[in-house]
Structure formats: C-alpha cells, structure tokens
Design a binder for this molecule. Sequence first.
Ligand code: PMP
Length: 410
Amino acid sequence: MPGGVNSPARAFGAVGGSPLFIDRAEGPYLYDIDGNRYVDYIGSWGPMILGHRPPQVIEAIERAIAKGTSFGAPTEAESQLAEQIIDAVPSIEKVRLVNSGTEATMSAVRVARGATGRNKIIKFSGNYHGHVDSLLVSAGSAAATLGVPDSPGVTPGAGQDTIVLNYNDVSAVQNVFDQHPGEIAAVILEPVVGNMGCVPPTQTFLETLRATTLKDGAILIFDEVMTGFRLALGGAQERFGVVPDMTTLGKIVGGGLPLGAYGGRADIMDNVLPAGKVFQAGTLSGNPVAVAAGSATLSCLAEDPPYEYLDQMGDRLATGLSAAASKHGVPHQVQHVGSMLTLFFNEHPVSNWPQADQSDRDAFGRYFWGLIEKGIYMPCSQFEALFFSTLHTPAIIDQTVAAAEEVLGN
Ligand code: PMP
C-alpha cells in the first residue's frame, strides 16, 4: 500500500514515527496489536459518536447480515433511514444514499451545477470535502497537513471553476458575488470546520452566505460530513439556525460502515436521475448492512439525545486543557464546538487557514507523542479536530487533562 496505509492521515506523516496498528476497540478505548489500551479521541475520524461496538448497532448489523449483504434493489430499511435523515436535518426534504463523504460532496456539486446551469463554485481554504477533483484546491485535512493543497493529477480544468476564499471572510464572499452575478452555482463549506483543526464560523458569516446565495440564486451547500448528527441531531444547521439548500453527510450517518448521503430541497433533488437528468448512481448505494448500522445509530441519537452531555464534556475538556497549557506558559488556543475540539499551539485565535497555518507543528508533535505514551490517542495532526463519544466519562476527560498537563510541562 502506498505509504503503508489506505488513507494518508493514518501514516502519522505530520508527527513522525510509526502509526499504531489497531486490533480492536470497545467503548471509548482502542487496543493496539501489542495489547496497549488508548482512550480514543479520533473515533474513526468521526463516526463513532456512541463509542465502539454499541450493542444496538452491532445487533442491527447482525440482523441485517443474516438476511444477505447486498441486493442492488430497493429495501424498506433504506426508506426508513431516508425518513430518519429527513426528520432530523432541517434542509433535507429528499435524500440520496451513497458510499462515502467524498461521493456525497461530488454529487451535491454536480446536482447544484445541473440545477442552476452555472459552473463556478466557491469553497474556503482549509475546508476539506473529500478527494473530489474540483474541491481538492486549498483543501484541509491530510492535504493541509502534508503541504499539498493542490494535488498532482488534478487538471487545471477541474479547478478552474473553483473560487477559493478565506473562511469567515464576509466581504470576500460579497465581492465575488458582485463580480460574478448569476455565475456561481454553489457555495460549499464546513459549517464548523474540522479539517484545519476546529474552527467555528461566525454567525454573521453563515447568515451572510445564506442571504447572498438566496439573493443570487446560488445553492448553499453545508458539508456536514463531520458535523451532521454530532453538533446536534440536525447538525450545525440546527445548532446555528441557518438552513442551507443542500447538505452532505457521512461518518455518523453510516454508524461506522461505509455510507454517505446528500440531500436538500425537493425541487433541487428532483434533478437527480431518474427523477431528473443529473447522473449519479452506485452499485452498493443503500447497502443493507451499512443502512442497518446508520439507522440504529440515528435511532439511538434521536431517542436519547446526547448533545447536552457532549457539550458539557467539551467544555470540561476545553477548560482543562487550556488551564494545563496556561499553567506551563504554553501559547495556545483551545477551540471547540460540542464534541469537536482542537488545541492549537498558536498565540492567536484561529478563524481561517492562514491563521491555522501559523501554529507550531513541532510543539503539536511532542504533545501528540507524549499523550500516546500516556495511553491517549489524539488525531495525529494539528489540523484535525478531535472527537469524543457518549462513553467518554467525566473521569476519562479529567484523566486526559491530567495527562496533557504532565506532557505540556515537559
Ligand atoms: N467532507 C468533510 C467535511 C470531511 O471531513 C470528510 C472526511 N474527513 C469528507 C467530506 C470526505 O468523506 P470520506 O472520507 O467519507 O470520503
């Protein structure tokens, strides 16, 4: 495998050294092949909001597998998951299930272009939307970490209709719409960024995007692959009270199996084949095992919403980490929304990619490895948000803070 991995961030390229090889996981813990236990703050990069192996989800998967693993035909279960998504996410009136977050954003952009008959899209630097050619321009996540914002193999043509702006820059957005009236098909963004570390939006930024796109007839796409079902059942759009035209989902919606989704206003989604003419398809789309895992996960979240608890634990972790860093005179910013959090080794607040880029990567690397030695597994890059689950107890959070305090003091 190139670099020894099937997805680049896993190779620990940003922090040096060899990655842990994971054998199994249970609740808030990961176990490596040498038998070491770690508190897991990655949660498979987002999906495992209920912790690992939640009984309701495992049982649902087992019941689905007993009936067959793939039919390539409609099922009742996929309709049920579609209903659950539509009930939860304010902007989604119709939805299509796909296999990954990348497929969701790729398809949403195509539908937005097809529906508007326009070509240009606006994205924000440091926002990652999967490895879609037209979106792999100034992307965050591993692309930011490894310093390859623009990948070889992406043709100039694929990127030429992508306009890249700084996150939270309200006047830049207005200027572009002034310069290109009626030409922008879509604005796509992470409504809370996880892929340059955790960077919240300003309320004004989200509201300006909503007002400007409405006025111009452009489609506003919230990429809620990370934030969907994590910041609220209805995602960041519920939390911030700003409803886009389209939404992309991944991670939690598949309950730890490969599943993504995109949806939005019915009149926009009716452009998708066979209702409309925009092509999008998938052999394994709506796979019954993935649907069972996603559906069971969403049921757990809807029946017993954990968001207040996750917010409290997020505050507890943020306050604790910040106090620990302050105690040792470490310049830092702890930025978090609910159960997404980043400790930036940065003197100044981070509201966009150029500011995030000023962070001290070496200090982050020392912090990361110090925590590994203490049995705590954080994302292996300054530019990834950590996630925790409903099974991260106050005691686990406090233990993490205590470990961080020791590491930061060294
Ligand atoms: N959008 C966002 C906001 C993401 O965080 C990710 C993955 N980290 C993606 C899209 C792509 O999802 P996937 O890796 O499932 O293709």
